[in-house]
Design a protein around this ligand. Structure first.
Ligand code: C5P
Length: 227
C-alpha cells in the first residue's frame, strides 16, 4: 500500500519558527514517530513524505537515522494541505491504485490503525479513521451566538489515515481546483463530488500535534506506550 504523509506545514499554531514536525517529542522529531509507525505496518510498502524543500536535509537525516527499509520519497509541498496532497497524488508511482494519506502531525497513530485502513481501502473507494465525539458540539455564528446543536450520536471526529481510490481522488482534487473548493481533508473533496466515504474506527490517542499542549500529551502517551 502506498502511503502519502503530508508534512509541509509550518509551526504557526505551535508557536514555532520552523516546521513543527521537526520538534522533538520523547527524544525524536515528531515526524520520526510517524515514520516508525509506517515502517512497523506490514501493509505499507512505499512512503512519500510531502514537505518543503528547505526541510529536506533535516528529513533526509531523520530517514537515514531511522534506517527505514521501505522506499521513501520526498515530494515538494504546497502552500495548503490540499495542495500538498495534490502534489503527492501526482508523484505516486503510475501503478498505484489505492493510497493512504496520513498527516505527519498524527505521530501517535499505531501500525494496527494503518494496517486496518490499508486492508479496508481494498473493499471501498474512500475511507477515513474517525472516533465518535465526546463533547456536545455547537454551531456558532460570527457573533458567538449558537445557531444549532447537532445530534451528538451522529458526530464523528475525523482523523487520518484517510484512504482512497487514486484515480477518483485525483479527479476530486481536479474538481476542487476548478470549483475553488478549500477543504481541510481529502474526504471533504470526495463527499463534495458525491462519493461515499466509509468510517474506520480510529484511536482516541491518535491526536494531531498542533499546540504546545498537544506536545506534552504526546510525550505522555509515548512514555506510557514504550516504557
Ligand atoms: O496544520 P495542520 O496540523 O492541520 O496540518 C495537517 C497536516 O498537513 C500536517 O501534517 C502538516 O504538516 C500538513 N501540511 C502540509 N502542507 C501544508 C500545510 C499542512 O503538508 N501546506
Amino acid at each position: 500500500m502506498y502511503l502519502l504523509i503530508p508534512a509541509a506545514g509550518s509551526g504557526r499554531r505551535m508557536g514555532s519558527h520552523r516546521n513543527k514536525l521537526l520538534l522533538q517529542v520523547r527524544s525524536r522529531p515528531i515526524i520520526a514517530w510517524t515514520l516508525l509507525a509506517a515502517q512497523a505496518s506490514d501493509q505499507i510498502s512505499w512512503i512519500g513524505i510531502i514537505s518543503q524543500p528547505h526541510d529536506w536535509q533535516d528529513f533526509k537525516e531523520i530517514i537515514a537515522d531511522l534506517q527505514l527499509t521501505k522506499p521513501v520519497e520526498l515530494i515538494k509541498g504546497g502552500s495548503t494541505r490540499q495542495e500538498s496532497v495534490y502534489n503527492g497524488l501526482l508523484s505516486l508511482p503510475a501503478n498505484a491504485e489505492q493510497v493512504l494519506i496520513h498527516d505527519g502531525a498524527r505521530c501517535l497513530a499505531t501500525p494496527d490503525l494503518l494496517n486496518r485502513c490499508a486492508e479496508a481501502i481494498c473493499h471501498c473507494l474512500g475511507l477515513i479513521a474517525a472516533v465518535p465525539v465526546k463533547d456536545t458540539i455547537k454551531v456558532v455564528d460570527g457573533n458567538g451566538i449558537i445557531q444549532s446543536t447537532p445530534e451528538r450520536s451522529q458526530l464523528w471526529a475525523a482523523q487520518t489515515p484517510q484512504g482512497f481510490d487514486v484515480k477518483l481522488l485525483k479527479e476530486c482534487h481536479s474538481e476542487g481546483i476548478a470549483q475553488g473548493w478549500e477543504v481541510t481533508d481529502d474526504a471533504a473533496l470526495f463527499e463534495k463530488c458525491g462519493y461515499q466515504v466509509q468510517i474506520v474506527q480510529g484511536e482516541e490517542t491518535n491526536l494531531k500535534v498542533t499546540t504546545p499542549q498537544d506536545l506534552a500529551i504526546a510525550e505522555f502517551i509515548l512514555k506510557t506506550r514504550f516504557e
